[in-house]
Ligand binder design. Sequence first.
Ligand code: HAM
Length: 430
Amino acid sequence: MAAKRRFQTVKGMRDLLQGEASAFAYVEETARRVFRLYGYDEVRTPVIEATELFVRGVGQGSEIVGKQMYTFDDKGGRSLTLRPESTAAVARAYLQHGMGSAWPEPVRIFYMGPHFRYERPQAGRYRQFGQIGAELIGDPGPYSDVELLLMLLGFLSELGLANPRVGLNSVGDAECRRLYSSRLREYLAPYRDELDADSQRRLDENPLRILDTKAPGERKLLEGAPRLRDVLGGPAREHFQAICEELDRAGVDFDIDDRLVRGLDYYTRTVFEITSSVLGAQNAVLGGGRYDGLIADLGGPSVPGIGFAIGEDRLVDLISPERKRKAFGEQPVQVIPVRASHRRDGLRVAQELRSAGFAAICEFDARRPLKVGLRKAGRRRCRWVVLLGEDELAAGTVVLRDFENSTQETIPRADLAAALEARTASHDGT
Ligand code: HAM
């Protein structure tokens, strides 16, 4: 007989259970609230797009396209890919729906949902992960860049993450990058043998990518390398300066990070990342930047854009347990009929509580509802238990037990919701 197979989640993917799923919901609701304050509209694009979109958008030479995409042919022979990111998808939607003329410019959009990359799984890195992102399309900046960053920081601070480490850089315009690439290539050429295989390949294809190497020897070598900032052309330099000045004026703490180049090919000028010591330097909480050439690269007009995407799994790891617990809300009120014959009353009392806006669970165990109900209330960590006994039902009352303060009182059944309301409100106010 064939051995029974126990199914497990696919490597690098996970189930989000109870508290985790609600922590995701909490950050998503907070994002919706904050992003709407800035006039952003939510959109949902499909999880699957034509492979060519990412090849053209994110770039043939990027790690994402080269190594990390879940690509397959459908039954009609089309090459499709599970989205590894959403900026290219939003740019596709912008063109497909003629947003440039149909929507007031600049177009402000946000999105959230699962994304897929075939990466080596480790803490904070999954093959299916959540992203919350925003894109502003149609304004060349720099005030849009600053406003977008302020929105992002406002969002993080709403989640209790004040003063995150913001790294900022400019990768300039295409011309600046061409010039810089040849300077960096010249500088690194004599050290070619000291570079690892990946960096040697990058030296030929796209030397900028070597800048974010993690190899200690290569980082040391780069200390003496020319700086991108020093070759920025006038307009790109002025743009960057204006952003830095406005961020200073807004009291935002940030570091100019000369090595920050980001791994997607569409970036121009502004790039930024937010890291946290809790996650380690390799795992940014979020990244973003300007992509003034992307829409044109996808066959559209020359329209500038800027945006960011936050890694939801990583963000949730940074939020304090108290905040997550609070976001999860109170456990339901446990209604317990003392005898099985009182279950009908239990059903009704639970319904009355729900009508008043309280989550409630009634214990329907047919043999020992009181014992079973109290045990489950303990396991669920319920604060409130409503007991329905013979005497109480006859008198039109219920017993309300508060596990947090170890108190118990008998109150008229008709006053139950109001009593809970008053006690919860006074508790919140302390
Ligand atoms: P990205 O830096 O590739 O940028 O991804 C953004 C964030 O997604 C990362 O900072 C990280 O927190 C999270 N992330 C990426 N891969 C994984 C993974 N395997 N597991 C967990 N989290 C992950 C983009 O995707 C750009 N589309 C951002 C953007 C929007 N730029 C302009 N607009």
